[in-house]
Write a protein that binds this ligand. Sequence first.
Ligand SMILES: [Zn+2]
Length: 241
Amino acid sequence: MGVAATLLALGAISEEKNRIDPKKQLAPIYQEIKTLRGLILAGEKQVSDLRLRQEERQRELAAILEKAPALKENIIRAKEKMARQRGMSLKDMLEIQQEVARAEEKQLRDEARMADIRRANEAYPAEREQLLARIKELKENYNGLAGQYNQEKAQADLRVAALISREEGMLEELTPAVATMYREALGHCPENPVAILEKGICGGCRIGLSKQLIKHVCQDGQPARCENCLRLLLPADAANR
Ligand SMILES: [Zn+2]
């Protein structure tokens, strides 16, 4: 293979490498996996929060139940005092009345709160089950996608490795100066480092080139780089040279 044809083939390999770049190819599936991981973590946090709220309610219920007998006892005693009322000033009477009213109000609030807690307790197992089922489903999706990702990544890596080994072989066929020129063009335009010079225009950036450069590439058949985009320029008949 001539120098121009080798460079043309190297350019095609770079384009192919770029096309199958696993990082780009697998970006959408990787993103999906990341999203699923986020949803699983959020779901697990929800389960844990739900359990904490449940425990908190149990403590609250225990505290209400613990204080209930004393509260009840206070109301009974205050009512007894009011029943006796003899020798009691109006001010004391009003105070006791207010105390009973406050205690009864508290009793009602406690009962309402306990009813809320019991309702929440009844709903808890189903809520938890629902969250766990959702997490299980997310994990199944996650594992499926992760498997697909690993498989596709391994295949793409193999294809890239094969291209790299072909690339290395071809670079060895070139003189060090031309190989360096190719590597520099690759550094500037990794997606398509080689361009065809046709009708005085660089096929990469579509900019007209100097007469001297055109003669150098097309007549003398020497590799050179575009003055504008720095791609490696080849004559239109490179494949046959
Ligand atoms: Zn150019």
